[in-house]
Ligand binder design. Structure first.
Ligand code: B12
Ligand code: SF4
Length: 457
């Protein structure tokens, strides 16, 4: 069969696509685990045009909650053209009933153990509606189909070594979405990291781990990194702040070419961290932890969330200076989003604080989908905008870049330079995150396909 795998997307900034900097791994991984008798294409709606006249028999759509509206529109269009349309990913896992009003079948959880069966069932005309994926044994997973990525992606080597995370932050679905903590054999990871059939040297050089929390199992990560040293790559990952206490690990990260680590710092408020159940973060250690990583020349990227119950306008705006003070190289600034499947969603739902009239477009990380405690919805949105504007002002961005010149290794400096320039350029051009409440064009509700008249995508 011909299969189009589509990664759905809704624009998150006022104009232009978000980036073709680094792709998701989901589509090219799904393509790699597709039995070889099928012909697969991978399309990223973020940068690719959707071909509604595709000759594929099966359309397989993947999406996060924030992109569900786009995915549903695509489903309606493709169903109208007689295609079999299936879906998977975090959103359908938690919103199965809703998803089934658009798709012929859904895969919940991880796909490895059920995807070939689903495809076979289509061929045999016995497609079921729900395929419940189980946590997969990560042994023997194939190399992602990097060959299916368009050259436009600046970085192409996205890779996964582990799945899961032992922590249980209240806003995160990982503990229920990818239960347990599982590892791929080191040799499989090294094989993928060594994949070098890319046109540009930087595409061969840079390896981006899309793991939930790569460094959890210390003996494993140390073995992996020791064996990565001879590959002479530049690599990046997400990790918990506790790595800063492990000098041996940090030295190995440096020796194996680490250029960037993303830490979920989330907040500077002790009460907010407690609400987030972020027990691995200690505010008094932030600066020391960031220093320990930067001392190895590694850039620190970090996520911050606005909209905890203890947040007010001042605490949110203050983060712009606080994150500079602890030495963050690249900040990622989000608004608290109560995704289904998280403790924070359960709490807000119980307290009657969800805003059901706000559709999935409000779940893109930059909008408000619940009633904040100390602020109104608009005040929280405005406070986040103010934080975003201040943090990516040319002055603050330039300061971060400048600091990197003297402290970071080349790859890490280039990362800081590129990302700070990218966001600062958005800031200067007033290309702010979209306020979804003002954008009816992307907000039209998509009705279930039984009552749907075709919409143009
Ligand atoms: C890597 C990652 C990123 C990367 C890459 C993003 C991307 N587009 O892939 C970056 C850092 C850019 C990122 C950003 C964001 N992310 Co993110 N991210 C992840 C992370 C850690 C791993 C995802 C991954 O690649 N896993 C490996 C691949 C192989 O697995 P997979 O994608 O889960 O797919 C498997 C199954 O889900 C299934 N499957 C998936 N799709 C389909 C489709 C079909 C047809 C089938 C059959 C099966 C199937 O099969 C696959 C194999 O088992 C997850 C956490 C997690 N464990 O899922 C969060 C996660 C997906 N991210 C999340 C969020 C919220 C975001 C942001 C909105 C955050 C923000 N505030 O900005 C942004 C969105 C940016 C964007 N433009 O996409 C949430 C999504 C929650 C939800 N319900 O939607 C997650 C689950 C984390 C969380 N907080 O709970 N993210
Ligand atoms: S440490 Fe990160 S991946 Fe783990 S539960 Fe917390 S937010 Fe999720």
């Amino acid at each position: 069969m011909k299969i189009d795998i589509i990664i759905a997307y809704v624009q998150r900034y006022e104009f232009g696509h978000e980036r073709d900097f680094v792709p998701p791994i989901t589509g090219i991984h799904l393509a790699a685990i597709t039995p070889p008798e099928h012909e697969v294409r991978v399309i990223h709606q973020q940068i690719d045009k959707i071909d509604f006249n595709s000759d594929a028999e099966v359309i397989a759509i993947s999406f996060f909650s924030g992109f569900a509206m786009a995915a549903y529109r695509l489903a309606v269009e493709f169903k109208d053209r007689g295609k079999t349309v299936v879906a998977g990913g975090p959103h359908v896992t938690y919103c199965q009933e809703e998803a089934l009003t658009y798709f012929d079948a859904i895969v919940t959880g991880e796909a490895e153990n059920v995807w070939p069966t689903l495809l076979q069932d289509i061929q045999l005309g016995r497609l079921q509606t729900i395929y419940s994926g189980t946590p997969c044994d990560m042994t023997g997973l194939p190399t992602p189909r990097y060959d299916l990525l368009p050259d436009r992606f600046f970085i192409k080597k996205v890779i996964q070594a582990t799945r899961g995370c032992p922590f249980s932050c209240s806003f995160c679905t990982v503990p229920s979405l990818n239960p347990g903590f599982r590892l791929r054999p080191v040799e499989d990871v090294l094989r993928d990291a060594s994949y070098d059939h890319f046109r540009h040297w930087w595409q061969r050089k840079i390896v981006w781990f899309w793991d939930d929390n790569l460094t959890i199992r210390r003996p494993y990560i140390k073995q992996l990194l020791t064996q990565m040293i001879p590959l002479k790559k530049w690599w990046l990952t997400q990790a918990s702040m506790d790595i800063a206490k492990d000098a041996e690990l940090l030295d190995l990260m440096k020796a194996s070419g680490c250029i960037g680590v993303f830490l979920g710092i989330e907040s500077f408020g002790a009460d907010s961290l407690a609400d987030a159940n972020k027990r691995q973060n200690k505010i008094t250690h932030y600066k020391e932890a960031v220093n320990a990583i930067r001392k190895r020349g590694i850039a620190v990227m970090a996520g911050f969330i606005a909209g905890f119950d203890h947040d007010d306008e001042q605490s949110i705006l203050q983060m712009a200076d606080q994150l500079m003070e602890i030495g963050i190289d690249v900040p990622f600034l989000s608004i608290m989003t109560p995704f289904r499947g998280t403790p924070i969603y359960t709490k807000l739902e119980l307290e009657g604080r969800m805003l059901p009239e706000r559709n999935w477009n409000f779940y893109n990380g930059y909008n408000v989908a619940f009633k904040p405690k100390k602020l109104s919805e608009t005040q929280l949105l405005q406070a986040h905008r103010a934080l975003w504007k201040k943090s990516f002002s040319p002055l603050y961005s330039f300061k971060r870049i400048l600091r990197g010149i003297f402290t970071l290794r080349l790859g890490a400096f280039l990362l800081s330079f590129f990302m700070n320039s990218f966001y600062s350029y958005k800031r200067v051009r007033k290309n702010y995150p979209i306020d979804m409440s003002k954008r009816i064009d992307v907000n039209q509700m998509v009705r279930p396909r039984e009552v749907q008249t075709p919409l143009s995508a």
